[in-house]
Write a protein that binds this ligand. Structure first.
Ligand SMILES: C[S@@+](CC[C@H](N)C(=O)[O-])C[C@H]1O[C@@H](n2cnc3c(N)ncnc32)[C@H](O)[C@@H]1O
Length: 219
């Protein structure tokens, strides 16, 4: 059982939560805010809490809701406990990939994104496609941008080296924020990027399993 399913806490450090709230409050975007991967909704509550119930922009949450039993009910309980209305909040209970196809078909656009779903390289690379739907001037945050999560780190570093239309806003612990400064001249995730993630998947999984095994042996 995930700890957050009982505590309803954000799976982020206090510094990360403060940084996230600072960005949301300072930018004060009126467009849609997106969270991909919500766990118990702890961080969602922090983000939604930056606005009052009347003036809050639309929030979309994408999650397959299988992180722990009754995940969606627990997220809703968390919102209610924090006095946050579900009005203007849309849950898309599906995988990030399926939700992305739907968002493209609907021509969705977002001012703010928090990407914090699967940290495996195949998934992170696929999640980077969402940036196509980020408005110019908008900010996307990535959680667990750290060497400990090579799937996240390698994908984002590759993305940033190829897309000069993103500038770094800041980093708090492992929460990285970048701003889109212009439309993308080339696809956000090319066939070569996807091929790179496929190629790296197995070595990273082997590395992860060896790390786990060593930890267990040392315990
Ligand atoms: C690390 S937790 C998110 C933590 C949350 N952002 C917070 O700060 O409290 C990851 C979440 O992503 C969801 N998830 C993982 N892979 C996913 C996928 N491929 N599509 C949709 N949701 C996914 C899980 O169900 C889980 O709720």
């Amino acid at each position: 059982m995930r700890r957050c399913s009982q505590t309803l806490e954000a799976e982020m450090t206090p510094s990360e939560q403060i940084f996230l709230q600072q960005i949301i409050q300072e930018e004060n975007y009126s467009g849609t805010h997106l969270e991909i991967g919500t766990a118990a909704g702890g961080t969602l509550c922090k983000m939604m809490g930056c606005f009052d119930n009347q003036s809050r922009p639309k929030f979309v949450v994408v999650d397959r809701m299988t992180y722990f039993p009754n995940q969606l009910d627990i997220v809703k309980e968390n919102l209610a406990t924090n006095g946050l209305s579900e009005q203007g909040l849309e849950f898309r209970t599906t995988t990030s990939s399926d939700a992305f196809q739907i968002a493209v078909e609907q021509e969705d656009q977002f001012d703010f994104m928090l990407i914090d779903a699967s940290h495996k390289i195949l998934a992170v690379m696929a999640d980077l496609r969402w940036t196509r739907l980020l408005n110019v001037g908008g900010i996307v945050c990535f959680h667990d941008y750290a060497d400990k999560f090579p799937g996240v780190k390698l994908s984002i570093d590759r993305f940033l080296s190829q897309h000069k239309n993103y500038e770094r806003v800041g980093l708090a612990d492992t929460l990285l924020a970048i701003r889109k400064t212009a439309p993308c001249a080339s696809p956000e995730v090319s066939i070569m990027d996807s091929a790179y993630s496929v190629m790296m998947y197995l070595p990273l999984e082997v590395q992860r399993k060896i790390g786990k095994w060593k930890k267990r042996k040392a315990a």
